[in-house]
Write a protein that binds this ligand. Structure first.
Ligand code: MG
Length: 308
């Protein structure tokens, strides 16, 4: 079962307890402070500071608690190998579409999603140039590699700006749904672009259980080109690594644009430095300006308001 573990401060756990007070279970597991069930997700907070979100749209439920000290130390695990959509072990020997996103944990800036097609004949070249998990690369390397990749690799890139993000979020879309819709759209765009070239498969860097992905997108696993899901897929597939670099580079570019607009470097992430920066933006440009710069449902907004 998919689950997310967050490491939280005592303060955050107290807030969670209040938040879930009506759905707290009568029996608390060993070592736990409380256990609750909310919209299909079981939330268990442990004395160690770890909070486990399990089942259902656990990612979205955990996302409510993004921001402050609770963010950053996120450990994401999923049972990759025992679901039906685990990719073949020789994924890099096959022509594949990979897809990945950036910006989902950052308070400021858009969500960017890219799908990229890599033919096995290109793999050695991409590897030698340093195409790998974008989390292992610095911003400069990402920008340079992306510049090269967009010329040699067919891709589709989608950007969900903050206005649109906030609009669909208010309509009730979870971040999980936004991601699923963007991944699916990028994949479909790319398949169209490829025309008669049929990839052997599609690998999505997994952010939710396949069943939830299909439910969000109104699609199924029975497809012309088979679809696979794996967490940390950028470390097993060059196509996903290429997609992650393109997505990350687009995110960086948009962060630069937002920084230019504000005349200051907009911080990444969702930590307390971000609350501080958001408070300054409110002071200078008004609360409504955040619609354009930030994902306003993150906890950072409330924290920033209190700092005024
Ligand atoms: Mg990813």
């Amino acid at each position: 079962m998919a689950h997310i573990v967050k490491v939280c401060t005592k303060e955050t756990i107290e807030k969670m307890k209040k938040h879930y007070i009506k759905s707290i279970a009568a029996v608390t597991p060993n070592g736990a402070i409380f256990s609750a069930k909310s919209s299909g997700v079981t939330i268990t907070a442990y004395k160690s500071g770890k909070v486990m979100f399990q089942g259902g749209d656990c990612e979205n439920e955990a996302g409510i608690w993004n921001g402050g000290e609770s963010a950053g130390k996120e450990v994401k695990k999923s049972s990759v190998s025992n679901h039906t959509y685990a990719p073949p072990s020789n994924v890099n020997a096959l022509s594949f579409i990979g897809s990945d996103e950036a910006g989902t944990g950052d308070y400021f800036g858009p969500i960017t999603v890219a799908a990229a097609f890599v033919d096995p004949s290109l793999i050695e070249k991409l590897r030698s140039l340093g195409v790998r998990d974008s989390k292992e690369l610095n911003d400069k390397q990402i920008t340079e590699l992306a510049r090269f990749l967009v010329d040699v690799v067919p891709f589709s890139l989608l950007i969900l700006n903050n206005e649109k993000y906030n609009e669909v979020q208010r309509q009730g879309w979870t971040q999980g749904k936004m991601k699923a819709m963007l991944h699916e759209k990028a994949i479909q765009n790319l398949l169209k672009k490829l025309g008669d070239t049929k990839p052997k498969g599609i690998l999505v860097d997994q952010f939710c259980e396949p069943g939830i992905y299909f439910r969000h997108t109104g699609t199924s696993g029975r497809r012309d080109v088979p679809i696979y899901f794996a967490t940390k897929a950028e470390s097993i597939s060059i196509a996903v690594a290429a997609a992650s670099i393109i997505a990350r580079s687009a995110f960086l570019k948009h962060m630069n644009l937002l920084s230019e607009e504000l005349g200051e470097t907009v911080p990444k992430g969702a930590g307390s430095h971000v609350d501080q920066f958001a408070a300054e933006v409110i002071k200078k440009h008004g609360i409504l300006s955040l619609e354009h710069f930030a994902k306003v449902h993150f906890a950072n907004t409330e924290k920033a308001k209190k700092m005024k």
